[in-house]
Design a protein around this ligand. Structure first.
Ligand SMILES: Nc1ncnc2c1ncn2[C@@H]1O[C@H](COP(=O)(O)OP(=O)(O)OP(=O)(O)O)[C@@H](O)[C@H]1O
Ligand SMILES: O=C(O)c1ccc[n+]([C@@H]2O[C@H](COP(=O)([O-])O)[C@@H](O)[C@H]2O)c1
Length: 223
């Protein structure tokens, strides 16, 4: 299927994806997922736990455990769904592969927006086939408090002509648009949660109770 997609304005079905290692999923991710869904006005926001994250070491919890925690966390949240497709591939979880699969399934007309925090976006120039992401989807970047937007010069040039005036303008296009969004950011990170658990401290109110219970039952992140 061709990667040059129609970019005409107009109402269309829409989907946003929010990928991550989710090691573990926390309230920073969940609050952000809701903000993304509202800002874009999408029909559906899918969280995509990565199986083998390309630019980082082995996660502390295995893929099925991370998938189970994400699924439990969103079970009560209408409009948020989990997409476990990256666990079905043995290759590193390249976003471009995921988007190609989604396009093949959903067709060229649906609006797809891939979303990521500024920490992830600042490394975009190291992603597999990163320019192709913009042929397959729109890109929405969320400012994270500790990570000012500091994109690579090549990426900056590439997105300059693609910047739209609002997040919701992305959903009127099938692909190719870019927007960076300032939103309420909870200063929570999975790294900090893993450190707390390793030193026997509480993680209550940083993650949903179902996730804290799962971690305790499976003895995760104790070292
Ligand atoms: N508190 C937060 N607020 C908004 N976005 C977040 C937050 N934490 C993570 N993200 C975003 O969620 C996506 C997945 O992040 P990831 O699973 O790596 O979580 P993390 O908390 O950054 O993990 P780690 O500390 O292990 O790097 C990334 O795009 C990241 O920028
Ligand atoms: O496609 C790539 O090359 C690529 C490189 C690094 C990260 N990603 C994706 O970006 C998302 C956030 O990654 P991380 O490591 O910050 O959790 C997750 O969905 C990864 O699969 C994708």
């Amino acid at each position: 299927m061709t990667e040059s997609l129609a970019k005409t304005a107009g109402p269309r079905a829409s989907l946003a994806i929010f990928g991550g290692t989710f090691d573990p999923i926390h309230h920073g991710h969940l609050r952000t997922a809701i903000e993304i869904k509202e800002a874009l006005g999408v029909d559906e926001l899918a969280l995509l736990p990565s199986h083998r994250p390309p630019l980082r070491g082995e996660p502390g919890a295995d893929s099925l455990q991370r998938l189970a925690m994400v699924s439990a966390a969103v079970a009560q949240e209408p409009g948020l769904v989990v997409d476990g497709r990256e666990l079905l591939r043995e290759t590193p979880s390249y976003t471009v592969d995921t988007l190609r699969e989604l396009r093949a399934e959903r067709g060229s007309n649906i609006s797809i927006t891939v979303t990521m925090g500024s920490d992830a976006f600042n490394k975009l120039h190291r992603w597999r086939d990163w320019q192709a992401l913009f042929s397959l989807a729109n890109v929405l970047v969320l400012h994270r408090a500790d990570y000012p937007l500091g994109m690579d010069v090549q990426v900056a040039e590439f997105v300059a002509g693609r910047r739209l005036g609002s997040a919701s303008a992305l959903t009127a296009r099938s692909a190719g648009g870019f927007y960076d969004l300032g939103l309420i950011q909870l200063p929570i990170s999975a790294t900090d949660i893993r450190r707390r658990l390793a030193s026997g401290r509480s993680i209550r109110y940083l993650v949903p109770d179902v996730v804290a219970d799962y971690i305790a039952e499976h003895g995760l992140y104790t070292q």
